[in-house]
Design a protein around this ligand. Structure first.
Ligand code: B1M
Length: 210
């Protein structure tokens, strides 16, 4: 079995220690960090998602897979992010109110940092007013929101409205993403950009800041 397949299976089984052995092995084999992320770690998480949906995998197992996933991406981080002398600009990032999913958000952070963007990571379950207060106090040009639940998506619209109410709407770009989010939804709530994946989000953010 290839190391990437082994990695995918280790994620599916939530075997954090094995993931921590396999990521360095994959790097030693000369595999590209992006391939290790996409064809190993994310491939495994995709199967976890399918099994969770089908009801053949349950929350405790999914949590173990998520822990293994975050451990794997932490090891890959130095290989995915570049060296930047001066930051391009600053963004605040979080998973919106009511939502505890953080793997995609963590990837967005990694990719932003790889583009030389300084990230204030607000974590999960972030209230709209926290995004706005942080953007104002920390001088962020970008507010980046992640949502994985159809029930938490409306909180992204609340972030846009809160930015308007605080009088900072024209000073910040509001970026949205996450599995259920679409371009149409982005336009409907009046956000500035939707991207389907973390790497594209970072490219768009870097363009805003250049
Ligand atoms: Co949850 N969960 N979960 N879950 N979970 C989903 C999202 C679900 C689709 C599973 C399913 O039923 N098929 C479903 C949502 C259904 C819906 O709303 N339509 C669901 C549900 C229902 C729930 C609970 C309600 C389950 C329950 O308790 N009964 C509960 C909700 C808790 C809460 O948040 N309040 C819940 C809980 C959990 C766990 C805690 C067990 C765990 C999260 C652990 C963690 O994050 N630390 C979990 C997980 C792991 C998942 C699945 C299996 C995997 C999500 C993931 O991390 N994917 C997920 C199934 C799935 O997505 N297929 C599921 C990998 C990650 C890299 O992808 O985050 O999409 P993603 O990020 C992508 C892009 O979306 C994008 O970039 C990444 C790729 O590069 N992206 C952005 C993300 N944010 C972006 C921001 C951007 C741009 C791009 O710009 C700012």
């Amino acid at each position: 079995m290839s190391t990437l397949n082994e990695l995918s299976q280790a994620i599916q089984k939530g075997r954090t220690k094995l993931v921590q052995e396999l990521v360095p092995r994959a790097l030693e084999e000369g595999l590209a960090p992006r391939a290790i992320l996409e064809d190993g770690l994310l491939a495994g998480m995709g199967i976890v998602g399918e099994q969770f949906k089908a009801g053949t995998m349950f929350v405790p197992q999914v949590l173990m897979a998520a822990k293994a996933m975050n451990a794997g991406t932490a090891l890959l981080k130095p290989h995915l992010t570049g060296d930047h002398a001066a930051p391009l600009g600053r963004a605040c990032l979080g998973t919106v109110k009511g939502d505890l999913h953080d793997i995609g958000k963590n990837l967005v952070r990694m990719m932003f940092e790889g583009q030389g963007i300084e990230v204030i990571d607000l974590g999960v379950d972030v209230a709209p007013e926290t995004f706005i207060r942080t953007a104002m106090e920390q001088n962020c040009s970008i507010i980046a929101c992640s949502s994985l639940l159809t029930t938490s998506m409306p909180a992204m619209g609340e972030v846009v409205e809160a930015a308007k109410a605080a009088g900072i709407r024209d000073q910040v770009k509001i970026m949205v993403g996450g599995a259920p989010v679409t371009q149409r939804f982005c336009e409907d709530i009046g956000a500035d950009a939707y991207t389907a994946d973390a790497a594209t989000a970072a490219t768009v953010a870097a363009q805003y800041l250049s």
